[in-house]
Design a protein around this ligand. Structure first.
Ligand SMILES: [Zn+2]
Length: 275
C-alpha cells in the first residue's frame, strides 16, 4: 500500500538511525475560527509543550538539517525533534515565536503562498494569516521556510498542469520573497502519490513531509516523512508520551479510521468522475 515500503529493506546504517518525532502544528491562537479550531493550540499550551521538550533534553532541528543528516549519514544531536507549522497562520509569529526564541529552538514553517497576506494573496485561508514581513522575521529568527503549495489543493487529486503550477508557483514566490529557494515541502492534507512526489522532487525540493501520525524514520525516504499532529485537545501528558514515541497508535486510532474512510470516499469520487 505504501510506496515507501519498497526501500524498507534498507542498509545497516538506515536501520541504525533512530526514529524522530516531527510535530505538526497549524494555528497557535487563543481564538481560532471553527474551521481551524481542532488543529490549533493555545499560546499557553504551545509554551508548555516547548518547555516539556527542553526539560526532557530534546534538540529541535529544522527539516533541512534532519534530512541532510539522514542523506549524508551525518551525526544528529541528542534526542532530535522537529517543530513544524503548516499554512502560515498569524499566531506562529505572534504567539509561537516568543516561545521558540526563549528556548533557542529552530522550527520549520510550510507556507501556503496564496493564503498569506499581501501581493500574492488568492483568498480562502481558514484563519488570520502571516504577511511577508513576518515570514522574513521568522526566517531571520531561525525558522526554515518551506513550501506547502500555492492554494492548498489535495495534490493527489488535481490534474498534471495544476500540480506543477501549485508546486512551482509556491517555490518561486518563496524564493522571491525570502531570497532563498525553499528546500523542504509539506503536502497539503498530507496527501501525496508517486506522481506528486516526483513533481516535488523535480522542482527542486530535497525532502517532503506527509502526516501519517507516526515517528519519522530514515527508511520512509526523504519524500514521505511521517509527522505527529498536535491538536487543541492534546493534553500535556499525551504530548509528552507522543514525543517519547509511546501510545501513538492509541492516540490516533480514531484518526486512522477517519483518514482511511476519507481516502475511500475520495477514490470513489474520482472513479465516478472518470466514468
Ligand atoms: Zn495545510
Amino acid at each position: 500500500m505504501r510506496p515507501s515500503g519498497a526501500d524498507a529493506g534498507a542498509t545497516g546504517a538506515a536501520e541504525a538511525a533512530p526514529p524522530v518525532p516531527i510535530l505538526m502544528y497549524h494555528a497557535v491562537t487563543p481564538a481560532p475560527t471553527p474551521a481551524i479550531r481542532e488543529l490549533s493550540v493555545t499560546p499557553e499550551a504551545f509554551a508548555e509543550q516547548m518547555a516539556v521538550l527542553a526539560d526532557r533534553g530534546f534538540t529541535p532541528l529544522t527539516t533541512a538539517a534532519l534530512a541532510a543528516a539522514w542523506r549524508d549519514g551525518g551525526p544528529l544531536p541528542p534526542r532530535p525533534v522537529l517543530i513544524t507549522f503548516d499554512d502560515g497562520y498569524a499566531g506562529v509569529h505572534r504567539h509561537a515565536l516568543p516561545a521558540l526564541v526563549r528556548h533557542g529552538f529552530p522550527a520549520t514553517l510550510f507556507a501556503t503562498t496564496g493564503w498569506l497576506r499581501g501581493r500574492h494573496a488568492t483568498g480562502g485561508p481558514p484563519d488570520a494569516m502571516l504577511g511577508w514581513d513576518e515570514i522574513r522575521e521568522l526566517a531571520a529568527a531561525g525558522v526554515e521556510i518551506g513550501g506547502h503549495s500555492h492554494r492548498h489543493p489535495s495534490l493527489d487529486g488535481v490534474g498534471e498542469e495544476r500540480l506543477w503550477q501549485e508546486v512551482a508557483r509556491c517555490r518561486e514566490i518563496l524564493a522571491e520573497e525570502t531570497g532563498t529557494a525553499p528546500e523542504s515541502f509539506a503536502y497539503p492534507y498530507g496527501h501525496s502519490s508517486g506522481r506528486v512526489r516526483q513533481v516535488v522532487r523535480a522542482l527542486g525540493f530535497r525532502q517532503a513531509l506527509a502526516v501519517r501520525n507516526a515517528l519519522a524514520e530514515r527508511r520512509q525516504g526523504p519524500y514521505a516523512l511521517a509527522r505527529l499532529t498536535v491538536r487543541r485537545h492534546t493534553g500535556i501528558e499525551e504530548f509528552a508520551r507522543l514525543v517519547e514515541g509511546h501510545g501513538i497508535g492509541r492516540a490516533f486510532a480514531r484518526d486512522r479510521v477517519l483518514t482511511k474512510g476519507y481516502a475511500v470516499v475520495r477514490r470513489t469520487r474520482q472513479a465516478v468522475r472518470r466514468d
